[in-house]
Each structure stands twice: as C-alpha cells, then as structure tokens.
Design a protein around this ligand. Sequence first.
Ligand SMILES: Nc1ncnc2c1ncn2[C@@H]1O[C@H](COP(=O)(O)OP(=O)(O)OP(=O)(O)O)[C@@H](O)[C@H]1O
Ligand SMILES: Nc1nc2c(c(=O)[nH]1)N=C(CO)CN2
Length: 175
Amino acid sequence: MENIAYIALGSNLGDRAYYLRSAIEVLHRYEGISVKSSSSIYETDPVGYVHQDKFLNMVIEVTTTLSSFALFDVTQQIEQRFGRKREIKWGPRTLDLDILLYNHENIETEQLVIPHPRMTERAFVLIPLLEINSHLAIPNISEPLTDIIDRLPDKEGVRVWKQKDGEDVFALFES
Ligand SMILES: Nc1ncnc2c1ncn2[C@@H]1O[C@H](COP(=O)(O)OP(=O)(O)OP(=O)(O)O)[C@@H](O)[C@H]1O
Ligand SMILES: Nc1nc2c(c(=O)[nH]1)N=C(CO)CN2
C-alpha cells in the first residue's frame, strides 16, 4: 500500500546543501521510498537556540510502502550516517530529518509523534510545506495554514535561498 509522508529537512553546519541533497538521494534510492516533490530551499534564522548559524530548511513529499516506524528508522539512520551529533538542545546540526505527517494518522509513542508536535510553531516548516501542497490538511488543525504562518514570529527570518524551478528535485542542487 502507498502511503504519503512529508519530511522536513534542516542543516546549519558544514556544507548545508550537500547534506540536504545527500539525504534526499539516499531516501530516494531506498527500496520502498520515492521522493515525489520538494519545496524550494529556504535560508532561515535559527529558532530556539539563537546563538548558531542560519539553517537551510526544506520539505519533501514522499510516497512509501514502509510503515511510519520503518520510515522513521530510515530517517534516523540517514541522520547518523551524516554525522549528526546531539550536543545542545535545538543546537547546530549537519542534518535533521523530521517526519511531519504520515497519511492523516495520529501516532503517539515515546519515539515517534506524528503530526510532528512542533510543526505548527515553525514557519521554517510550514512555509515550505505550504509551497508543495497548498491544500494540505493537518489532523486536528482546522485553521488555515496561511493564518497560522501569519502569526508566527519566525516567518520574518525565512527567505528563499534557492528557488525551485520545475519538477526535478535534484535540479535544485545544481548551480
Ligand atoms: N515526527 C518525528 N520526527 C522525527 N523525530 C521525532 C518525531 N517524533 C518524535 N521524534 C523524536 O524526537 C527525538 C529528538 O529529536 P532531535 O534530537 O532531532 O530533536 P531536535 O531536532 O533537536 O528538536 P525538535 O524535535 O524540536 O525538532 C528523536 O530521537 C525522535 O525519537
Ligand atoms: N531556523 C531553524 N531553527 C531551528 C531548526 C531549524 O531546522 N531551522 N531546528 C531546530 C531543532 O529542530 C531548532 N531551530
């Protein structure tokens, strides 16, 4: 069975675009995962822990035959592979992969919560998400995403870094 999931990517250490691109490539090559579309790449001011460099953030849509938990395992493995270290809460990272949505499911386990619990507080997530699916509904949220974004303070720090142009996800990373 095909499931639809949305994944947020973030990086603010080292060659940020390389980490985003590599994560998308590894996901796409993975048996049972297909990357269907991607947002533009945004450069965003750090939120939470502010004494760190700017992030690149984007969101992708994937279809997958994997369960939400199996997909989560894959995203955790990819973070590990690209040298993710967790030192400071909300601090610098080479690669962060968050599963935002999985179909319209509500999942609440210790390891995995979907919809991602902080997604509606983050313009750096909602702006790229809305770019790829302007009709998206989030379980238990009835307010339009555009209204939510309007009142998020971090929206001022979200700027397009590389505009998406066409369907090819990987074209985003070519200079
Ligand atoms: N939907 C989800 N996607 C990714 N991780 C999740 C999700 N729900 C819960 N988690 C859990 O969050 C844990 C902490 O994640 P992480 O260290 O990446 O936090 P963070 O990126 O610093 O902060 P945030 O969770 O606010 O983005 C992960 O180990 C994972 O078990
Ligand atoms: N702009 C921005 N700020 C953040 C980000 C992020 O991806 N982008 N991720 C965080 C922890 O998940 C904390 N703060």
